[in-house]
Design a protein around this ligand. Structure first.
Ligand code: HEC
Length: 217
């Protein structure tokens, strides 16, 4: 009997407490709400551009890391052209402000770049196009991809460098996009190496230094 009474008292007290808290739910009040779980509504964080004395400049916002370029910032190249980062031929393969492809590689080509291009080509392009670029990669041999472009086709030899850049970046037809896998500068290096590959099939004895030409005439 004593047990029963204490159970009833506990139940009554608990229900009174629940009504006292939850019963007011929905009423308008000027007091801050009762918070059991705060859901991180309030947290010690910094808002942008607010005074904050723990940083040397006294403000919560810090300068971006060195070398950061806003996408719309005009940049001047070594050759004096000015364009925004996102409109630069290096990033788009197109002449700034137009949709026309650039004819030639906008980066300076040297031996190191060609070596890098060869390495990237052998990794990313050779499986399909073959190390020679003739379209006879391993995927053709195992019958995985029947019609891979021969990069020595007249059409591709005559294609603007910018269009090849576009094909590598976004893919074309059966070929997937390699932009996400190959860094921008490396894509141009691959193109420079591809041009060397093409030249290796197109060269004649006239391309040799004069002193050596006689030996091949
Ligand atoms: C997974 C296989 C595969 C890989 C890897 C690959 N390609 Fe291709 N590529 C193709 C196929 C297939 C085509 C023909 C696309 C079509 O016409 O449908 C093609 C077409 C091309 C073309 C001609 C596009 C045109 O306008 O007709 C170029 C240029 C080219 N590839 C360059 C490259 C370069 C450079 C790489 C390396 C970065 C590369 N490809 C990697 C399969 C591949």
């Amino acid at each position: 009997m004593r047990h029963l009474i204490s159970i009833i008292i506990v139940v009554l007290v608990l229900s009174a407490a629940i009504f006292a808290i939850a019963g007011l739910h929905g009423r308008i009040s000027r007091k801050p709400p009762l918070e059991i779980f705060s859901d991180m509504d309030r947290q010690p964080k910094l808002r942008p551009q607010k005074p904050f004395d723990m940083f040397a400049n006294g403000v919560s916002s810090q300068l971006p890391p060195e070398g950061t370029i806003a996408r719309s910032t005009p940049i001047q190249t070594a050759s004096g052209e000015v364009y925004s980062f996102e409109d630069s031929p290096v990033n788009t393969g197109k002449i700034s402000g137009t949709t026309n492809f650039v004819e030639t590689n906008p980066l300076r080509i040297d031996a190191a770049m060609l070596a890098r291009g060869r390495e990237r080509f052998d990794i990313y392009c050779a499986p399909c196009h073959g190390k020679l670029g003739d379209g006879n990669g391993i995927t053709k041999k195992i019958g995985d991809m029947p019609a891979v472009a021969n990069l020595h086709d007249k059409r591709i030899i005559e294609m603007a460098d910018g269009e090849i850049f576009n094909t590598i970046t976004h893919g074309k037809g059966l070929m997937g996009a390699y932009g996400p896998l190959i860094q921008t500068q490396d894509r141009w290096a691959v193109i420079a190496y591809l041009r060397a590959l093409q030249l290796s099939q197109l060269g004649t004895s006239n391309d040799l230094p004069a002193a050596q030409q006689a030996a091949y005439k």
